[in-house]
Design a protein around this ligand. Sequence first.
Ligand SMILES: *[C@@H]1O[C@H](CO)[C@@H](O)[C@H](O)[C@H]1NC(C)=O
Ligand SMILES: *[C@@H]1O[C@H](CO)[C@@H](O)[C@H](O)[C@H]1NC(C)=O
Ligand SMILES: *[C@@H]1O[C@H](CO)[C@@H](O)[C@H](O)[C@H]1NC(C)=O
Ligand SMILES: *[C@@H]1O[C@H](CO)[C@@H](O)[C@H](O)[C@H]1NC(C)=O
Length: 419
Amino acid sequence: MALSIFFAFLFISPSFSAFVAPITKRHVQTTPFYMLKLHLKTPLQPTDLLLHVGATFTAVDCTRNYTSTTFHPVPCNSSLCHSLQSNCDINTGKTVVPGGCVILPHNSFAHVDSLALPTTNGRNPGQLGVFHDFVFTCSDESSRLLQGHAKKEVTGLAGFGFSKFSLPAQVSTTVASSVFALCLSGSPSAPGVGFFDLIRPYYFLPGIDVSEHLNYTPIFSYPIAITTRKTNTKRYEDPYFIGVKSINVNDKPIVINQKLLTVDKNGNGGTKISTTNPYTVLERSIYSAFIEAFTNESSIMKLKSTTPIKPFKICYEANDVSETHLGPNVPAIDLVMQNDVIWRVWGKNSMVRIVEEGVDVWCLAIVDGGVRPTSSMVIGGHQLEDNLLQFDLGAKRLGFSSSLLQHKTMCANFNFTTI
Ligand SMILES: *[C@@H]1O[C@H](CO)[C@@H](O)[C@H](O)[C@H]1NC(C)=O
Ligand SMILES: *[C@@H]1O[C@H](CO)[C@@H](O)[C@H](O)[C@H]1NC(C)=O
Ligand SMILES: *[C@@H]1O[C@H](CO)[C@@H](O)[C@H](O)[C@H]1NC(C)=O
Ligand SMILES: *[C@@H]1O[C@H](CO)[C@@H](O)[C@H](O)[C@H]1NC(C)=O
């Protein structure tokens, strides 16, 4: 949905009709997160936002140095406000925006400003395309999610959730649906990439079109509320789910209570994709069965575990593990979906290398989600790195490449030279 679209140059090549953005990995203390770079405000300012694939809206902390000649609140009684699932704020005394349009249930004010992204033909970025009237909320949600640690690095979050006000939906020229793709790089020095409004091609050096290497599985969305027990606060998301039927370790299925794998009418259960969880999280009973199977298969492969490093449970001395171009040689993990479509998680994505004083280990990068978490499985950032994911909301399917290392390329190989 393009609220209004304006190209900086008139004679833009028609093949440059999609958009692209770099996505960089950063760390808060030792916890990784992913940051999307775009341009916001008038005059345009480079802006770094936390990538959140489940967030309904983009949220920017407008209290920090926000100056822009095109920034304005959404008027209370406007048709835009009515389409936002919102309320008019009548409590004019206490609020920043007297009589402003408040988005429910997020409880933050809707604002509008200009946003710009480089155009792309799927091979290189081109000139900037500017979107006037980009809708977002003013809140410090990103700071809450990162517990205040990354205030210098990000000023908000980029919402990619299932909503007509998500970032991909607002930069999409197709009214009914949007398509976007994410390719997260594991390297803090070489960014990965996000593509908007582009089904193909996705070229990565040395000239590989990754759109030719995708498998597909149905994707669906449910609104969910996640309660943070510590602070007793709720966060609302419109995340994407896929239908994982089983998990195989070295081709052997682990035993899972099937009820946990479907999303119920309250949005509980199922397998969610997340870019704000650094590692995959499994509900306690799935986690226990998985760890047992992984341990058994590891001992068959003669892997000896060493003292684990929190929050992980299984670690091996790096010296004892052989490596291939797909990472350490450990038991293979397969996510099995409808029609037995398989997403293989290779060693590079299942294990994380931890090098500290006197320690050099590979740890299984999957964590315990406890009992009755909102979603039974949350596929996290480490497992998504160097995999291209295409979210095609029109076709209601997720295209996934599994590890691009199999095709001798990686997410950091998009050519960001502007032409
Ligand atoms: C905020 O604005 C002040 C004054 O315009 C400027 O000196 C400062 O660099 C700005 N800070 C950030 C983080 O942009
Ligand atoms: C809101 O809009 C309606 C219809 O245009 C109008 O009747 C009403 O007076 C407006 N309310 C306010 C508070 O402006
Ligand atoms: C793991 O090995 C133990 C001991 O050999 C066996 O009892 C158990 O059933 C195995 N579990 C799985 C999930 O293969
Ligand atoms: C990246 O793209 C530019 C512009 O097309 C091209 O000149 C350059 O050779 C490309 N880089 C590589 C490493 O191929």
